[in-house]
Write a protein that binds this ligand. Structure first.
Ligand SMILES: O=P(O)(O)OC[C@H]1O[C@H](O[C@H]2O[C@H](CO)[C@@H](O)[C@H](O)[C@H]2O)[C@H](O)[C@@H](O)[C@@H]1O
Ligand SMILES: O=c1ccn([C@@H]2O[C@H](COP(=O)(O)OP(=O)(O)O)[C@@H](O)[C@H]2O)c(=O)[nH]1
Length: 732
């Protein structure tokens, strides 16, 4: 039975050593809860590092046995691996770069990268020791960016999902990493790549299309003929748990205690792991400014600040801790009174019951990271506000700010703004608090952790089905033989061939994509067979096709059907069409040429094409969608159609399309073999127009109405060459 394998750097357990014995306790983290319903079922498992170094083999065996009972499989790391893979590369290269701290903290050491690769391979080996065809593998986070491709190369058909829990930075930041291509290629081993926010998706697509030679169409990347889907899946929390904890007796007791201790002051809460990305020092600065500017706040506001120890063997984290200690000490020493301490600072972790009591009681929750993938604390605070009161102040740099839009949203670098937000929050009327809190609670409740897990898995299954259906439609050896057999048996054939992207690959200069000797030979041989009618059907200008193919015994259709040329006759253009609209559209396209270096207009008889293949990556696409919006009403008023092709936007007469043109050659004729090859949107019209018996072949991997797929012009030429080896001798 196929199983699900979850893989993350850390296992969802806490493990400690007491009296020479290893003690295991399950983690209460959101991911562990969300995936609990999955990895504990059937023969599913979770693979990861137990979080501490275990040296003795017998201890490893003993711990492995205990973990096995919890459906967990350990990846043991020695001290050097922890230093170089986890602390060195993951936390001193990827973490700072992905959180936009490259110039301050990133340390690109070759040996750290070597260890990162080696440990990713170690994870791969453990996966391979248990994975079977049909299994689903879900890999998590930045410590394992290489793992999807490592697994893919050994198990080409397995389903692999990847989720990044931290932000994906802009290409300008990501490109700084010396091993950027390898990291992207590693991630692209997955079938589905998920991020918390749409900005992360955008950044990832931007980096991939700039760094790797891949094909990107909307949120689908094609690499090695495999389609990879990239989407945002904002992670939720176990909302029910946080909503019901305040009803528990032990939590109620703690709530009473906190209320009693802070009865005369408003309570501001912050909870973070020790990390420079969390903006703890900047937050303290804003709090200090508030005390300075608002003397009446003295003894009336208390800041309850929890910092959870993390990565404190990495030097920057140890240094940050010292800085926080100092800053808190300073503020408390300046403002403390006999009855009041401004900041209650704890450098340790707390049980969930205490966190719940604090979330439920605090008047304000102050979440001001400089960058954060999601930030679960902000959602936990919302879920704990069962009375619909309380105020969340949230940094616009946290992923959760994209969903929790009713919070007071602040820029954490703007100390004055954070200070004003605190003042606004502590004096906010209850009605306003509820107005903001209710929609946020509804959102956190609906988009909870189970919902997150479900939609990720559902999408992964859909992506796999899409890939399989495309694979199944790829012309296999057997399909090829059956097409050739039909070809041999038939006596009156018509062969439609699109040109760019089908017979030749795209060139940045459209005039350079001229036919080569091999192509001429293939077309010649095909057209020599008296049973064949070869039709070259293109969006190209008729002058282009004329220059390249007029000497050949084939039918030419140019400009999607505006121009026709039978063998040995002259060109004629379709009559009754107007081109007057060009006077209005041309100047608009010209403004886009002026604003987009590298783009140009191609004028055809009944169409205008704005090409952007040579424009700056990303800018061309942006302008094309702008242009599309700009033209859409004008185009429909004038009976025009807008066609978004491969790096081109074409405006043409609505009455012309390749489908109609193809049909005009087949209708009423008794062809017993019809085949059409095409790669672009415009060829879809042919695929749809031709009769059911026609063989339609899409070149590439975008979704298509065609029956079959070939990967590239080389495969098209190969199939056509096979046809030429079977010349028809007799024609009835
Ligand atoms: O394992 P550690 O090095 O101790 O670090 C703890 C975890 O921190 C990171 O959390 C991220 O994931 C959260 C959930 O998606 C998200 O809300 C937050 O913004 C991220 O920073 C890290 O991604 C994990 O790998 C670490 O285990
Ligand atoms: O003493 C504590 C304080 C916090 N947390 C949890 O740590 C997580 C922090 O997640 P977040 O997304 O806010 O930031 P991360 O640390 O993952 O970057 C939250 O679920 C908190 O409930 C915890 O387990 N013990």
């Amino acid at each position: 039975m196929p199983k699900t394998i979850i893989v993350s750097n850390r296992l969802p357990i806490k493990i400690s050593k007491a009296d020479d014995e290893y003690v295991l306790s399950p983690s209460e983290g959101g991911l562990a809860t969300g995936l609990g319903s999955i990895y504990k079922q059937d023969n599913n498992v979770w693979i990861g590092w137990p979080g501490i170094e275990i040296t003795e083999q017998q201890d490893k065996d003993h711990v492995s046995q205990q973990l096995k009972e919890l459906s967990l499989i350990p990846v043991f790391l020695d001290q050097e691996e922890i230093n170089q893979y986890y602390e060195g590369f993951s936390n001193e290269v990827l973490w700072p770069v992905f959180h936009y701290y490259a110039s301050t903290y990133a340390n690109y050491k070759q040996s750290n990268w070597d260890y990162y690769q080696a440990v990713n391979q170690k994870f791969r080996d453990i996966i391979l020791s248990i994975a079977e065809p049909g299994d689903i593998i879900w890999i998590h986070d930045y410590q394992l960016l290489l793992l999807p491709a490592l697994v893919r190369s050994e198990l080409p058909d397995v389903s692999i999902g990847f989720f990044l829990h931290i932000p994906f930075p802009s290409h300008e930041m990501f490109r700084l990493i010396p091993w950027r291509s390898e990291l992207l290629e590693g991630m692209l081993g997955a079938d589905l790549i998920g991020f918390h926010t749409f900005d992360d998706v955008r950044h990832f697509l931007g980096a991939t299309s700039r760094i790797l030679p891949v094909n990107t169409s909307s949120n689908i990347i094609t690499m090695d003929e495999r389609s990879i889907v990239v989407e945002s899946f904002p992670m939720g929390i176990d909302e029910q748990k946080y909503a019901t904890l305040p009803l528990q007796d032990d939590v109620k007791e703690q709530i009473e205690l906190i209320k009693n201790n802070f009865k005369d002051t408003k309570l501001i809460l912050s909870i973070d792991r020790l990390d420079y990305s969390k903006g703890i020092l900047q937050r303290l600065q804003a709090f200090e400014l508030m005390l300075e500017l608002c003397p009446e706040c003295i003894e009336k506001i208390t800041f309850y600040m929890i910092v959870v120890p993390s990565r404190d063997t990495v030097p920057q984290y140890a240094h940050l801790r010292e800085e926080i200690d100092k800053r808190v000490g300073n503020i408390n020493s300046i403002y403390r009174t006999m009855d009041w301490t401004p900041i209650h600072y704890y450098y340790r972790s707390f049980p969930i019951e205490t966190l719940s009591a604090l979330y439920h009681t605090a008047d304000v929750c102050l979440v001001t990271p400089m960058r954060d993938g999601m930030n679960l604390v902000s959602k936990e605070y919302i879920a704990s506000r069962t009375n619909n009161d309380g105020v969340l102040i949230l940094s616009e740099m946290a992923g959760s700010s994209k969903e929790l839009i009713d919070a007071i949203i602040v820029n954490p670098n703007n100390t004055g703004e954070v200070c004003r937000a605190i003042l606004e929050a502590i004096s906010m009327p209850l009605e306003e608090q509820q107005k903001r809190m209710i929609p946020m609670r509804q959102l956190v409740s609906k988009f909870n952790i189970s919902h997150w897990v479900k939609i990720f898995f559902d999408r992964l299954k859909e992506v796999k089905l899409m890939q399989r259906s495309m694979q199944a439609r790829h012309v296999s050896f057997a399909t090829e033989q059956s097409i050739i057999n039909r070809y041999i048996k038939t006596k009156k054939r018509i062969i439609f061939l699109d040109y760019d992207g089908t017979l030749v690959s795209f060139k940045s200069n459209i005039d350079q994509a001229s036919p080569d000797e091999e192509l001429y030979n293939i077309i010649n041989k095909l057209s020599e067979d008296p049973a064949n009618q070869v039709v070259l059907i293109s969006g190209r200008k008729h002058e282009n096709l004329d220059a390249w193919f007029k000497h050949m015994d084939i039918y030419l259709i140019a400009e999607h059907g505006s121009w026709f040329k039978r063998p040995e006759t002259h060109w004629h253009k379709i009559t009754g069409l107007s081109d007057q609209w060009k006077h209005d559209i041309y100047p608009i396209l010209e403004t886009y040429v002026d604003r987009t270096p590298g783009s140009f207009i191609e004028e055809k008889t009944y169409s205008l094409a704005w090409h952007y293949r040579k424009a700056q990556n990303g800018l061309g696409e942006l302008r094309a969608s702008e242009l599309m919006n700009n033209l859409k009403y004008l185009a429909s008023d004038k009976g025009l159609q807008l066609l978004a092709g491969d790096k081109v936007l074409e405006v043409k007469n609505m009455d012309i399309n390749k489908g109609k043109a193809a049909l005009s050659l087949t209708e009423g004729k008794d062809y017993d073999f019809i085949i059409a090859f095409g790669d672009d949107y415009t060829d879809e019209d042919i695929f749809k127009a031709l009769p059911e018996a026609a063989i339609t072949i899409k070149v590439g991997s975008n979704l298509s109405a065609a029956k079959f797929y070939l990967r590239n012009p080389t495969e098209v030429r190969k199939l056509l060459t096979s046809f030429t080896q079977h010349t028809t001798v007799e024609v009835n």
